[in-house]
Design a protein around this ligand. Structure first.
Ligand code: PXL
Length: 268
């Protein structure tokens, strides 16, 4: 199985490609990368970070790949730095996704009900148009709100279902705990263990592990369950080890138990 991760390289802060590569490789799938930008750190909680968009390079990389005839079983897109990059990812999907392949979009927009730096309503509208081309989308509760304009998860899921066949709203805080809302057969929701507050990079660990589970043949519900458990354990460890949250999840030592459960259920 061959995956293409389209995401930035944040050198410090454990998110995007620095998470996708180790997690997907550990899952036993080849992970190629298309870097969208190079940053000294991610943009959440750091100041003075450097940011180099890689649009020109992305074009050249894609043109070279075409000469190699590369095709992917799954393309996973994450942080995109501009509306032009969103348009470019649509083109990447058209050129490099295998017939019948899977397109997963993590519509990275914000957290704590606010946009990440540099994003706004127009950007969210463009992201929604990318979601419309995806098989699976993985908004967190903030992104679900920014994409649909509603904080009601059932209503948001309904709106997202009209756009994409398998919307998944992660870390949704309801009255009685946290849930994953997903909608491939009407509305479903799965209770998940969760820790109060936001942990930077958790969405990227989730998306990467989820793609790994799909590539190993797990059905949606099992992929979500194993992935949620992995993220929860990584969050607990991060909390226990009292690392500054902006440096990301301490997920590394949770990879092994995650893989044990994955291998027990994998069908390919
Ligand atoms: O984790 C999402 C993410 C990815 N990449 C960059 C970010 C963020 C969130 O802040 O800034 C560059």
């Amino acid at each position: 199985m061959r995956v293409l991760a389209v995401n930035d390289i944040s050198c410090v802060g454990k998110c995007s490609l620095t998470v996708a590569l180790p997690v997907l490789s550990a899952c036993g799938v080849t992970c190629d990368i298309l870097p969208t930008a190079l940053l000294s750190t991610h943009t959440g909680g750091f100041t003075g970070y450097t940011f180099l968009p890689l649009d020109d390079e992305m074009n050249k990389i894609a043109d070279h790949w075409e000469t190699l005839g590369l095709k992917y079983d799954l393309i996973y897109s994450g942080y995109l730095g501009s509306r032009a990059q969103i348009a470019f990812v649509k083109d990447i999907k058209r050129r490099f996704l295998k017939e019948g392949g899977t397109f997963v979009v993590d519509p990275v927009l914000g957290d704590n009900f606010t946009f990440y730096k540099g994003f706004d309503e127009a950007f969210a509208a463009e992201m929604l148009s990318l979601c419309a081309e995806a098989d699976y989308i993985l908004p967190n509760e903030t992104e679900s709100y920014l994409l649909t304009g509603t904080r009601d998860f059932s209503a948001a899921l309904e709106k997202l279902s009209a756009v994409c066949p398998h919307p998944v709203i992660t870390g949704a805080k309801a009255e009685d705990g946290y849930y994953i809302y997903f909608g491939d057969r009407g509305e479903q929701r799965m209770p998940i263990p969760c820790v109060e507050g936001s942990f930077h990079g958790a969405g990227d660990v989730f998306a990467s592990a989820f793609c790994g589970c799909l590539m190993r043949g797990l059905i949606l519900e099992r992929a979500l369950s194993l992935t949620a458990q992995f993220c929860y354990r990584a969050i607990l460890r991060t909390q226990k080890e009292v690392t500054d949250r902006k440096y990301g999840l301490n997920y590394e030592r949770e990879i092994f138990p995650f893989l044990q459960s994955l291998e027990a259920e994998a069908r390919q």
